[in-house]
Write a protein that binds this ligand. Sequence first.
Ligand code: DAH
Length: 344
Amino acid sequence: MLRQLDEIRLDALNELAQVDEVEEVEAWRVRYLGKKGNVTRILRSLASLPLDQRKLVGAQANALKEELQLSLVDRRKFLEETHLRLTADRRRLDITLPGRPVPVGRFHPITRSLEEICGVFKNMGFQVLEGPQVEWDYYNFEALNIPRDHPARDMFATLWIDSETSGKARLLRTHTSPMQIRIMEKGCLPIRAIVPGRAYRYEATDATHESMFYQVEGLAVDKDITLADLKGTLFEFCHCLFGKERKIRFRCDYFPFVEPGVEVAVECLSCGGEGCRLCGHSGWLEILGAGMVHPDVLQRCGIDPEEYTGFAFGMGVERIPMLRYGIDDIRLFYANDLRFLKQF
Ligand code: DAH
């Protein structure tokens, strides 16, 4: 029996040395130390031995049991550590590798200009409103003193949705001025509002013309508003956008929906007034049209021109970043070429 114990010991230790998966350790344990395991079996059979042998074999069997239990713990620990080391090796991070760049989005240069322009007027107490791009002839023209057959319609190459001759024709608004009418019609006075948005013209595109572009319209209606208020507001705006030092020109112009009408120009950003290609050698860059809201327009919107007066202005948006950054082709803004857009 002692020899049998020796054999069991050798087999057990050999097998254990070959176990190389943590899961297999348990099967080995059952085989030797389980209820029906080889060592357990011998311990159980001790009772049938004579006393002197029982002591001897018992002591040896118990020693074997203990030895195997310790070996089992060792082996399991060894296998667990190896497993851990291997997975760690496999998943090792190379912290010296350069990281994958996360592309950062940015605002379109026109969005930024719109925000800047609106920001200046918001600080002066104007609210920002938006209006429809598909507009009625009435708002885009009629109500702004541009009836059918008025020569001013030629200024606006119009994209019609319905035939111009149909009684109630729709079009793509040619400017943001129709919102003046929509705002005044609502009848909430006084008014301080600006309207950023898209406008459309049926024009061949070239470096300075696009069939879709942005404008910002402004409107203020109140008691006792004068041309001086308009001038002060627009000068403040130009100073905020182009700097306090820049000269501003304020002179007469004609728009059917204002009386008097004015045009604002700033000293050329490129030559500082000397005259260059950018300003057509005039030294000035025209940036917006404006005027005092025509009394007929006020009346049409149900506002008494004897009691209220107002001013309005409208500007093209693309022109401003073009002048600022020396962009020489308006089409670049809408071509969605990332090489261009990434520069802003
Ligand atoms: N709507 C005009 C245009 O697109 C610009 C303009 C001129 C707007 C005078 C105004 C204004 O509000 O008072 O050419």
